[in-house]
Design a binder for this molecule. Structure first.
Ligand SMILES: Cc1cc2nc3c(=O)[nH]c(=O)nc-3n(C[C@H](O)[C@H](O)[C@H](O)COP(=O)(O)OP(=O)(O)OC[C@H]3O[C@@H](n4cnc5c(N)ncnc54)[C@H](O)[C@@H]3O)c2cc1C
Length: 414
C-alpha cells in the first residue's frame, strides 16, 4: 500500500460502481470516501440477482482483494446455463448457451455483492448523505449535501445512479430519454415444501417468455447460491455481514409504461396486483411465481436510455455507471458496464498518480474510453428491447408464432 499525499477522491453513491471504485483506490493507498443517500447499507431490499459477464467479473478481479473476489464467485450461482426465448406458454423459440468455465458469466445476488463490496471500507462509507452539487474553487472541489454539509476532495465522482442529482451540473444536455417500456420485478421462494418450483428442464435457464401482444413479456430465472453466504463470509471475510442466503426465483413482467398508472407506481401491493392481472394469460408456472411473490421485494423500473454527453462541465469531476449510461435491462450490460467504469477510472487515476500525468488528462482519457464502450452497450440494449418486445412486427411474429411450433413442449401445462 502506498501512503496518500493530499490527493483524495469523493464518490457520490454507494452502489455497484461507487463501491467498486472505492475498493480499487483503497488498495492503491488513495484517500477515498463514499457518500450514500440511503440511511444504511441494507435499507432497500434490492432483492434481485444480476448476471456478471466477463467485463463485470474482470473489473471485480482487478479492483477487489483476492479473497473478496473469491467470495463473490463462491457465493454466486454455477457458471454457464442458458437463456431461453419462448412464447407465453413456454414453448421454446430459441436458446443461447453460456460457457461453463471458472470465470465465465454467472449470476450473483445483488445484495450479497453489495455487502462484499463494502468489506474493508470501514469508516469510508457515509450513509444519509444526499449529494446535491459540486462546488469548484481555487482550493479544489467540494461535494455538497442536502443537509448543508460538504466534503472537500481533489476529484469528485458521481456514481449516484439513474436518478443522478449531479448529472445536470456535470453533464448538461445528457438527460436520459424514456423508452416506452417498464418492468415490474419480483422475487419468489425457489422451494415450496422442500421441492423446487422450477422444473428440472429449466434448472439452469433464464427464460424470456414473449407474449402475443407487442410490448409484453415475462422474464424469470432462479438464483441458487453456491457456497452458503454465511459460511463463505465467515471463511473469507470474517466479521462482515451476509445479508441473505436462501435461493429464490427473480422474475420481471415487462409491459408498456402507459400500462402502469401513475397512481400505482409507488404502491407495492398495487404493482403486484397489476403484475398478477397482466400475467394471467401466461403459463401456469409463471402465474404461480407471481402468486407466491414476496411483496416487499417488488420493484418498478421505468426503462430509460442514457444520452452521450457532449461536454463535461466541471474539471476534475466525472461520473460512472447508470448516472451516465442507464440502459434498458436487455442483455445484462448495465451493472457490468458500471463495474467496468469503476475499474477503468481507478486504473487511470492510479496510473496518473504513479507517472505524473495531470489528473484532468487521466479523467478525460477515462471519459473517452468509457463513452465508446458504454454507449455501444446502450445501443445494443435498446435494439434488443425493440426486437424482443415487438418493436418490429415481423421478428415478433416469428418469435411468438413460428419458432415455438418447431420445438417440443419444454414445460407441460399441469
Ligand atoms: C431488475 C434489474 C435487473 C438487473 N439485472 C442486471 C444484470 O443481470 N446484469 C447487469 O449488468 N445489470 C443489471 N441491472 C442493472 C444494474 O443493476 C445497474 O446498471 C447498476 O446497479 C448500476 O450501478 P451504479 O453504480 O451506476 O448505480 P446503483 O447501483 O444504482 O447505485 C447508485 C447509488 O447511488 C445512491 N444515490 C442516489 N442518489 C444519490 C445522491 N443524490 N447522493 C448520494 N447517493 C445517491 C443510490 O441510493 C444507490 O445506492 C439490472 C437492473 C434491474 C433494475
Amino acid at each position: 500500500m502506498v501512503a496518500s499525499t493530499g490527493f483524495s477522491v469523493a464518490i457520490a453513491g454507494a452502489g455497484l460502481s461507487g463501491l467498486c471504485l472505492a475498493q480499487y483506490l483503497v488498495r492503491a493507498g488513495i484517500d477515498v470516501h463514499v457518500y450514500e443517500r440511503d440511511p444504511g447499507p441494507f435499507v432497500r431490499r434490492q432483492g434481485y440477482r444480476i448476471i456478471l459477464d466477463r467485463h463485470g467479473l474482470g473489473a471485480l478481479r482487478e479492483s477487489l482483494p483476492r479473497r473478496l473476489y473469491d467470495l463473490a464467485l463462491t457465493t454466486g450461482d454455477e457458471p454457464g446455463g442458458q437463456l431461453r426465448f419462448t412464447d407465453r406458454r413456454l414453448r421454446d423459440a430459441f436458446t443461447i448457451t453460456f460457457k461453463d468455465e471458472p470465470h465465465a458469466t454467472r449470476q450473483v445476488d445483488r445484495l450479497t455483492l453489495r455487502s462484499i463490496l463494502q468489506c474493508g471500507l470501514n469508516g469510508r462509507v457515509h450513509y444519509g448523505k444526499d449529494a446535491v452539487a459540486v462546488d469548484s474553487g481555487p482550493a479544489g472541489l467540494r461535494l455538497r449535501f442536502s443537509d448543508g454539509g460538504a466534503a472537500a476532495a481533489t476529484v469528485v465522482v458521481g456514481a449516484d445512479g439513474v436518478g443522478s442529482a449531479l448529472r445536470a451540473q456535470l453533464m448538461p444536455d445528457a438527460e436520459p430519454t424514456n423508452t416506452p417500456l417498464a418492468g415490474i420485478y419480483g422475487r419468489s421462494p425457489l422451494r415450496r415444501n422442500g421441492e423446487s418450483v422450477i422444473p428440472d428442464a429449466l434448472r439452469t435457464s433464464g427464460v424470456l417468455a414473449i407474449a402475443n401482444q407487442p410490448g409484453r413479456a415475462f422474464f424469470f430465472t432462479s438464483m441458487r447460491f453456491g457456497e452458503s453466504p454465511q459460511e463463505a463470509f465467515a471463511r473469507l471475510a470474517p466479521g462482515n455481514y451476509a445479508p441473505t442466503g436462501y435461493d429464490y426465483v427473480m422474475w420481471g413482467l415487462l409491459l408498456r409504461r402507459e400500462d402502469v398508472p401513475i397512481g400505482v407506481r409507488g404502491d407495492l401491493l398495487e404493482l403486484w396486483r397489476l403484475a398478477s392481472r397482466m400475467s394471467a394469460d401466461f403459463h401456469p408456472l409463471i402465474r404461480r411465481l407471481v402468486g407466491t411473490a414476496e411483496l416487499d421485494a417488488t420493484v418498478l423500473n421505468l426503462f430509460a436510455a442514457g444520452r452521450r454527453p457532449l461536454r463535461w462541465a466541471v474539471p476534475r469531476a466525472t461520473m460512472m455507471g447508470d448516472a451516465v449510461h442507464v440502459m434498458p435491462p436487455f442483455g445484462a450490460h448495465g451493472g457490468n458496464t458500471a463495474l467496468r467504469d469503476a475499474a477503468l477510472l481507478g486504473r487511470k487515476l492510479v496510473e496518473a498518480r504513479a507517472n505524473g500525468t495531470p489528473v484532468e488528462q487521466a479523467i478525460a482519457d477515462y471519459q473517452d474510453e468509457m463513452a465508446r464502450y458504454a454507449f455501444r452497450a446502450v445501443d445494443t440494449a435498446a435494439r434488443l428491447m425493440r426486437r424482443l418486445t415487438g418493436g418490429g412486427a415481423a421478428p415478433h411474429w416469428v418469435l411468438t408464432r413460428v419458432l415455438p411450433r418447431l420445438h417440443r413442449v419444454t414445460v407441460p401445462e399441469a
